[in-house]
Design a protein around this ligand. Sequence first.
Ligand code: ATP
Length: 457
Amino acid sequence: MSKDKTMDEIISFAKSKGFVFQGSEIYGGMAGVYDYGPRGVELLNNIKSSWWRATVQLKPDYYGLDSAMFKDPRVWEASGHTGSFSDPMAECKDCNTRLRVDKALEKVDVEADEKMSEEEINKLFSEHKSKIKCTKCGGSNFSEVKAFNLLVQSNLGDFTGKGDNPVYLPGEACQGIYLNFKNIVDSMHPKIPFGVAQINKAFRNEISPRNFLFRTREFEQADTQYFVRPNENKDAYERIKHERWDWYVNDLGINPENLRWSQHGNLVFYAQDAWDIEYNYPTYGFDEVEGVHDRGDYDLTQHSKCSGVDLSYVDQESKEKFVPWVLETSAGLGRIFLAVLSDAYDIDMLDGKERRVLRLAKDLAPVRVAILPLLKNKPELVEKAKEVFNTLNKLMVCEYADTGTVGKRYRKQDEIGTPNCITIDFDTLEDNTVTLRDRDTGEQNRVRVEELASVLA
Ligand code: ATP
């Protein structure tokens, strides 16, 4: 990571190059909501494809799923979200700015246990609140702490407008997996252990959305639940932890020095173990990008109890019947996106000039290769360049770039992370070779047109 890389720089870069925009910006912007622009959606989709390939398609023991976002409201009762999916909130009495108390305490090196009662956290907060400053007015005149439920409600099917039995937007992606556990067992007949994976949206009424894509109110989660026999969790948990780490390093190309593991100190009562993978975000420092949780049989047992449907697994050979234990991985795609973008962003010197370059892994880049005719006013060059473009674009994402000098066009492609540029010049017309330029080194080689597809693959 270049030393002076800051998050402000990344945010303004992301906007100016079409990666990420503030949601509803022309109306003043909506807190905690972001839109992915033309470059961003390509990068995001490539991250998702990489995850799906590694997690589902390359693993014979994993099944994919795409569950509906709306769920029976009882799902959120069973999961405990209506009762305890909350964060402690206080309000500045002078300017009404809301504060997430546990995170504010963390900043002054005080840890608030998730299991604390409202009374206990109020006591802790009043002991330390003189050290905490309101983010807007700088004062320390705060209200009492209240638990604020993060679930977002909808009025789906509520034709009376009374809102008696609200349908919620998903607070997390994994519930859809538990709801379909029986469907998957009955339709796919998986042998235990097996996993189910899905990417789904999640919504949380975050008290103070902040840190760009890090804490938003709408986001996507890439989740897996791995179902194992009771007490056969330990080895599988270690293996899953390794696999998740390797995906960040090998598939996303993230520098391992910017990643670390962090174990949860306070476990929820049913959990056996919980670790987070943290990324060293510019300016913000290390923080959670993915959780890997060893959850016991809590989730399936809860849904069995609350739905009245038996969610046990029956081993077809031994006829043993049991409620599987669950190993969960849950990653926020916005946080992964921000880690990938931050890690790839670099300012270096090339040919004696400073340049901005996005060193994205080849499979993640929004554009895989740019095709440049040396001059756009020479029909024979344009015709050849279009021919190369039309051939390669069937195999990988290409961009046709004909504006400005070739040097400037290279720099523009470097900024969005395009791994290679191909220049069609007058020699191409003679010997059917092109210049193939490498983003990272700036190195240029002559390659025959008919070999381009295999060289780039
Ligand atoms: P945090 O402690 O940061 O609030 P969490 O422990 O509540 O996160 P989980 O409920 O375990 O998070 O969610 C799994 C993943 O979903 C997290 O690792 C993170 O990547 C992502 N995530 C959670 N909340 C948000 C959010 N508000 N904005 C963006 N991503 C989020």
